[in-house]
Ligand binder design. Structure first.
Ligand code: AN7
Length: 351
């Protein structure tokens, strides 16, 4: 049967109200790509898979939660959705709202949103508002305004976002017929780690698929869950996870603890190095934040804190590299300029 989207495939496992009316872009069903070269680079002897969430319709994992949240809002005739966003949530909310014939308003931190995300939100017709402040300031504002006015909040505080994002865990178990031993993923506002853990627990209850240990990874300049308190001025090249006060921080810590995993920090250099390594060894280009989970895995293996031998590890790569081209272009060797004839080309290539 042709694939018809996440709610169609997994809706019966999601806690969504009966009034929900499906708005789908056929999100989900993303590939679980074996990464043998990267596994070898990290010492080898274990199976490594990349769940490439950048292949969702708007280029990030956010579409999983957004199909659920917008479908619920649409089903009760809401007319407008709003979110605070470091970029990917904004693009996703805007796309699903467009498809539902609803308006979308997105609040972004000034100057810190990658080009591909801002362009996406604009292309899908969102009203984009820049806040002179951080993501955390913007999130506080959208909570306040939705408490006062009939506008639907679609940040991951919205429980239906979490319901939709559980499907990532279901897909992994369906693909490899059990939960992996380790799950590595980036942590920003902590919705995704909470959703994955809930999804694995649910699948284990109904299908005895087992549970992974969860390694959540924050950027060192935005690591409130590692240092134990909110970060006033978070800073990182991985702008998607430039978040100082995660809304679901407690749940993320609980997921790490219950799973016998942990939450650690990776430096910007470690994140960007992993982004490059993944692209060059495996042909998978992700945005910087999306490489954080793997950067954390490398750190833990290197420090002898995690022995992956004989294990199955899945890394969630949350967003596509095309979202943030600037970071690559900035460091790229300038293309050589050659006259348009064969001998000029031969000279350059063959020396
Ligand atoms: C690529 O779009 O918070 O821990 O506003 O875009 O569930 O927040 C994005 C987060 C990881 C972290 N990877 O997920 C937003 C936003 C990418 C992301 C995360 C984000 P959460």
């Amino acid at each position: 049967m042709a694939y018809s989207g996440l709610l169609s495939r997994y809706g019966h496992l999601l806690n969504l109200p009966p009034h929900t009316r499906t708005i789908s872009l056929l999100e989900g069903d993303t590939p679980l790509i074996p990464a043998d070269y990267l596994s070898r680079q990290l010492g080898g002897g274990f199976e490594l898979f990349i769940k490439f969430e950048g292949l969702n319709p708007t280029g990030s994992f956010k579409d999983r939660g957004m199909t659920a949240a917008v479908s619920e809002a649409f089903g009760r005739n809401a007319t407008t959705v709003i979110c605070a966003s470091t970029g990917n949530t904004a693009a996703s909310a805007a796309a699903y709202a467009a498809r539902a014939g609803m308006k979308s308003i997105v609040l972004i931190p000034q100057g810190k949103v990658a080009a591909g995300k801002l362009a996406g939100a604009a292309a899908y017709g969102a009203r984009v508002i820049q806040i002179e402040g951080s993501f955390d300031d913007a999130l506080t504002m959208v909570i306040e305004i939705t408490n006062k006015h009939p506008i639907c909040l679609v940040n991951s505080i919205n429980p239906y976002r979490i319901e939709g994002q559980k499907t990532g865990a279901f897909e992994i178990c369906d693909a490899i017929e059990s939960a992996p031993d380790w799950l590595c993923l980036p942590v920003g506002n902590a919705g995704n780690i909470s959703a994955y853990w809930a999804g694995f627990k649910q699948y284990n209850e109904i299908k005895s698929t087992g549970l992974p240990q969860v390694l959540g990874v924050q950027a060192a300049g935005a690591a409130p869950l590692v240092i134990g308190h909110a970060v006033e001025n978070p800073e990182t090249v991985a702008t998607a996870i430039r978040i100082g006060k995660p809304a679901r921080g407690e749940q993320a810590l609980q997921a790490a603890e219950e799973s016998n995993g942990k939450i650690i920090a990776a430096t910007d250099t470690q994140i960007v190095d992993m982004q490059k390594l993944l692209a060059r060894l495996e042909g998978i280009w992700v945005e910087p934040a999306s490489a954080a989970g793997l950067a954390g895995l490398a750190i833990e293996i290197e420090n002898g804190n995690l022995n992956p031998k004989g294990k199955r590890v899945v890394a969630i790569c949350t967003g596509h590299g095309l979202k943030d081209p600037d970071i690559v272009i900035k460091d790229m060797v300038k293309p050589q300029v050659v006259m348009p004839n064969l001998s000029a080309l031969e000279e350059v290539i063959l020396g």
